[in-house]
Design a protein around this ligand. Structure first.
Ligand SMILES: Nc1ncnc2c1ncn2[C@@H]1O[C@H](COP(=O)(O)OP(=O)(O)OP(=O)(O)O)[C@@H](O)[C@H]1O
Ligand SMILES: [Mg+2]
Length: 363
């Protein structure tokens, strides 16, 4: 799928602006602080209904404005599909698909497929576990609505359980009820994550092997906080017994020690943890392979490539990895931001569409 056209109104530093894009490579260039990342953010917004760089929606509304609106015309299997999303200062948010108001913003995420790749992602191997969990969650939510639902309930239940744990007089019978609910949703999450990581690992290791010309073998390992069990009933029982065994500690600290909110993944090269032993270059290769594997996985499940947003990432890579990426990018629509377009980039992408961004104008 690809974005044919975008309309922006009051979004960040864009007053009223529209632009048409190429179905393959779009080079978004311009000096610092002109609005390149803002443009990518607006595309992301039409898919995820939120930003990739702020948790406060209202940050996206232009200074001094009451609302912002983004419309994007996607082409999906040769048909035009219109995404529209608006956000008001008081927090109200509304979205439409082909003019039909969606009941929940989350409907957008499974329709319009977008992947963002920024320098942050290159650090994913070394970063704190939360970043890796976010990566998995974002992807699984895009692929499976049932995951999105389980994750939302799980987070709600977890918050409620944690609040209850902070109270003075805790009734174990009530805690049993929270545990039951947490284990129910948590077990589904563990199963989804286990399947996803297994598939991601296979694809990612193939890409990694190709980038390193067969010199390195990598794999991604799921490290769940509650051990994985094939049988979902057994999974839930193990989860419950884990919660029970840490209950006293949970009461003491007022939080929950065990569960998917403590999961992690480890990416290994030749069986050794890249986080602990990998060189910086290896960590980047692994991150790149994992990111591209994510795109392949979307293509496998949705039978279409997502729109790829490369924010300042291309110039961060060395020439070998760039070369690999250039071939790869031919398959989909890509937005590449960069302060300037070097000769090398012109060589790499001779047919790209170029859009200059200058203080909130698209030229
Ligand atoms: N809500 C907002 N309303 C108006 N302007 C905003 C808003 N949020 C951010 N900006 C402005 O947008 C500009 C930054 O835009 P952006 O992050 O897209 O820059 P960029 O072109 O990607 O720069 P760089 O090359 O440094 O990454 C800043 O000048 C900032 O003041
Ligand atoms: Mg930027």
């Amino acid at each position: 799928m690809y974005v044919r056209k975008i309309y922006l109104e009051g979004f960040r530093n864009y007053e009223k602006e529209e632009a048409e894009f190429s179905r393959n490579i779009n080079m978004i260039f311009g000096e610092n602080a002109q609005g390149k990342t803002n443009l990518l953010e607006s595309i992301y917004f039409t898919s995820f209904g939120k930003s990739f760089r702020t948790v406060r929606d209202r940050d996206m509304i232009g200074f001094g404005r009451d609302y912002c609106r983004v419309k994007a015309d996607y082409i999906i299997e040769d048909e035009e599909e219109k995404a529209e999303i608006a956000l008001a200062k008081d927090g109200r948010k509304a979205a439409k698909i082909n003019g039909r108001k969606v009941e929940r913003i989350s409907e957008m995420i499974n329709t319009f497929l977008v992947v963002i790749f920024s320098p942050e992602d290159l650090k994913i191997v070394k970063d704190e576990p939360e970043k890796r969990r976010n990566f998995i969650d974002r992807e699984l939510c895009q692929l499976k609505f049932s995951y999105y639902e389980s994750l939302s309930s799980y987070k709600k239940i977890l918050n409620q359980r944690n609040s209850y744990l902070k109270e003075k007089n805790i009734d174990d019978m009530l805690l049993d009820i929270w545990d039951e609910k947490l284990a129910e949703e948590g077990s589904k999450i563990i199963h989804h994550r286990n399947d996803f990581i297994k598939r991601l690992s296979v694809i990612s290791s193939g890409i990694h092997e190709r980038i390193t010309n067969g010199k390195e073998i990598s794999n991604i390992e799921y490290q769940p906080s509650v051990l994985f069990y094939d049988d979902i009933k057994e999974q839930k029982n193990i989860f419950l017994s884990n919660l029970l065994s840490t209950r006293e500690r949970d009461k003491e600290h007022g939080n929950t020690q065990k569960g998917p909110h403590k999961d992690d993944i480890d990416i290994k090269i030749k069986g050794k943890s890249t986080r602990r032993y990998g060189s910086q270059g290896q960590q980047r290769t692994v991150a790149l392979s994992m990111k591209l594997a994510e795109i392949e996985l979307i293509n496998e499940d949705k039978n279409d490539y997502p729109v790829l947003l490369l924010d300042d990432v291309f110039s961060e890579l060395d020439i070998e990895r760039q070369r690999y990426l250039v071939d790869y990018l031919k398959k989909m629509q890509v937005f590449i931001t960069s302060a300037e377009i070097s000769d090398k980039m012109t060589d790499f992408f001779p047919d790209s569409r170029r859009i200059e961004v200058k203080s909130g104008s698209l030229i």
